[in-house]
Write a protein that binds this ligand. Sequence first.
Ligand code: NAI
Length: 329
Amino acid sequence: MNLAVFSAKSYDKTSLTAVVPEQISLHFFESRLTIDTVKLAAGFDAICVFVNDELNREVLTQLKSLGVKYIVLRCAGFNNLDLTACKELGIRCARVPSYSPEAVAEHTVALMMTLNRRIHKAYNRTKEGNFSLSGLMGFNIYGKTVGIIGTGNIGLATARIMKGFGAHVIAYDPFENSKMAESIGFEYTELNTLLTTSDIVSLHCPLTKESHHLLNDASIATMKTGVMIINTSRGGLVDTQSLITNLKSGQIGNLALDVYEQESELFFEDHSSSIIQDDVLQRLLSFPNVIITGHQGFFTAEALEQIAVTTINNLNLFAEEKANPNSLF
Ligand code: NAI
């Protein structure tokens, strides 16, 4: 079995090479998979892709004609994959649904606390001998209402941590998990109630047609003035232009993003010596109460190891024609 790994970074090489069995030969491509790079997949039985690789109908059709039989995603979200086209073309695909929900949940809380206690500003100040506290005042998380949208693996892990802070945790999910709500100690509410009553709103649902721009001018207007919003899920869940408008008016008090609607051309690469053309992103970065990280929520040693193990296992199960709960098709 020949596996072509797209968007490969040094850490992908290390983690996948450590677990790959002899019968699978790996080839790493640094390029992102797009219609322009799809020809690199010629001669491979399977490809391994990540969050910003493009798996639309056109690319999938090319993959099929090049002989690719399997696609293994080394991530949980699969909004970049046209599943209907995959089924029609008969290309089997699988993902890694839950490699380390704590990795993303802990990053969510890191963003929350950095923003709240202005650690990003304090770090720079004290480096320069400035020990003034002016502008660094935060608020206690204890007793605040934290709204979690999406109570899958990551949402539940985040709820668990926030309960440890002594926060009042509420959640919205069209598929409620009442057993976990009771054991962790949070309550389900309607989405509207969550938006109007939360001091902090954290997004943990997948990007779908229904959840696209879930946070927009209309929904943000119903939120508490000065609300903190954290998005470690997918950029398309929020209307970025609305975020800017509402940051300018003060309706949003704090914002942290680990994901961005237009991230595919920028994230995971070093652009520090070039002129970034994305004015929306640059405007967001200019706010003192905004923190952006480059889709690093998943990035822990434990998560990378688990991703590699599951990805290779997904491929083995396809090759052996065995049932696999991680299979999307
Ligand atoms: P999951 O599949 O375990 O849970 C998702 C939950 O969202 C489910 O309970 C589902 O019922 C719910 N949901 C679906 N549509 C919804 C809607 N419109 N409103 C509210 N809830 C809705 O997924 P998991 O593992 O918790 O991951 C969540 C998301 O986190 C992924 O879809 C992915 O986009 C993102 N992610 C981000 C990473 C990062 O590095 N920043 C890494 C891994 C995942």
